[in-house]
Design a protein around this ligand. Structure first.
Ligand code: ADE
Length: 273
């Protein structure tokens, strides 16, 4: 049974290094540039983990400027087999309330400024073009672990969900927010794309804990999303996100992932033309 190593990408307010024991920092570089910040390397109940603050530890990197390729590559380079990530999001559905947890299974891409592949034809990039299959963007087995863990903690879990990733950094207009509901969106954020796509190109087991902070801008009866609204649920969501990570990571590490990882690596390889 090959050991797993868990990469944790912490979203806004969800990147507390205190969750790792015996930790140290490591600044790394990649062929795609530098990741958002130092990697924090440590353990959760004896399981090797690597934490990275997606927006940097000072939260000074806006979504369009995040070097997603470097972030995912750095974690893979460090030996991670899994990426379990947290992301703050807005809710596009009445039944998904702030404080709930969504484990997304699909995305709708509304970004337009981001590089979505490692196979970009540039010098130093891997050869070929990656036409990677995206019918199931997230690792189903890792998702199942997250769902079980959220439920076991007594938190409200939405077992599926389509996350709309918008470019940002502004929030949506009411008309856009209503459109995303018509399109089938359940939650909205600014970072799942291209992170999930790049993780797939790297053959990693990737799943997300999406933490709704607000009802975006569609709901006439509710205060529309603003930084102030988002900040109000931040602390509660951060505590929930932390609980899930501490619970799920030891459970993931107890299992043999050899075949699952081989499957993800094969999917990534078969996509290269
Ligand atoms: N992150 C938190 N709330 C959000 C929203 N409503 N839209 C986009 N990203 C978000």
């Amino acid at each position: 049974m090959s050991a797993v190593k868990i990469g944790i990408i912490g979203g806004s307010g969800l990147d507390d290094p205190d969750i790792l024991h015996s930790r140290h920092e490591k600044f790394v570089d990649t062929p795609y540039g530098k990741p958002s910040d130092a990697l924090t390397i440590g353990q959760i109940e004896g399981v090797d983990c690597v934490l990275l603050a997606r927006h940097g530890r000072k939260h000074d990197i806006m979504p369009s400027k995040i070097n997603f390729r470097a972030n995912v590559y750095a974690l893979k380079q460090e030996g991670c087999t899994h990426l379990v990530v947290t992301t703050a999001c807005g809710s596009l559905q009445e039944q998904i309330a702030p404080g709930h947890i969504v484990v997304p299974d699909q995305f709708i891409d509304r970004t337009y400024k981001r590089i979505q592949t490692y196979y970009d034809g540039e010098e130093g990039s891997p050869k070929g073009i990656s036409h990677i299959a995206m019918h199931s963007p997230f690792c189903e087995r890792t998702r199942e672990h997250l769902i079980a863990s959220v439920k076991s903690l007594g938190l409200t879990c939405h077992e599926k969900g389509t996350v709309v990733t918008m470019e940002g950094p502004r929030f949506s207009s009411r008309a856009e927010s209503k459109m995303y509901r018509i399109l089938g969106g359940d939650v909205i954020n600014m970072t799942t794309v291209p992170e999930v796509i790049l993780a797939k190109e790297q053959g990693l087991c990737y799943a997300a804990i999406a933490l709704p902070t607000d009802y975006d801008s569609w709901r006439e009866s509710e205060e529309s999303v603003s930084l102030d609204v988002v900040m109000k649920t931040f602390a509660m969501n951060a505590a929930n996100g932390k609980k899930v990570l501490l619970d799920v990571i030891p459970k993931i590490a107890k299992e043999d992932w050899t075949e699952t990882i081989q499957g993800h690596v094969a999917t990534a390889k078969e996509a290269i033309m």
